[in-house]
Design a protein. Structure first.
Length: 125
């Protein structure tokens, strides 16, 4: 059975089930019981069962289980580092960016007509 998930077309529920199944496979590959994992993570065994079925657990629980499986270092690869680049420090005069603003677009001047004006005469907006 192909264990890969096409992330481009997967729903959030499918991604959750995939991640939880991968976590279960890691537990089994490390020969750790659900009871032992629950004790290491500080959660109830029922929580581990729900997690492995992809039935929804909190982010805190997910991270606790990752740590218990010694997989928490992989979280560094989850999101890219968007810390301030040196060129941005120069551009912002040493200040750190606090919020994102939409890029302003310049509106082109358009000519609009009612459709009943004489040819060549239109009102500019």
């Amino acid at each position: 059975m192909n264990n890969k998930l096409d992330i481009s077309f997967a729903t959030s529920e499918q991604m959750e089930k995939y991640l939880c199944n991968q976590m279960k496979n890691c537990r089994l590959g490390l020969n750790i019981t659900q009871t032992h994992l629950a004790a290491e993570a500080g959660v109830d065994v029922r929580t581990i069962r729900r997690l492995e079925l992809g039935e929804g657990v909190s982010l805190d629980t997910f991270i606790r289980v990752l740590k218990a499986l010694k997989l928490h270092e992989n979280l560094n690869y989850l999101l890219p580092d968007f810390s301030v680049r040196p060129i941005d420090r120069v551009r912002f005069k040493g200040r750190e960016r606090m919020r994102a603003r939409p890029i302003k677009t310049k509106h082109k001047e358009s000519t609009w007509t009612w459709g009943n004006e004489e040819k060549g005469k239109s009102r500019k907006i």
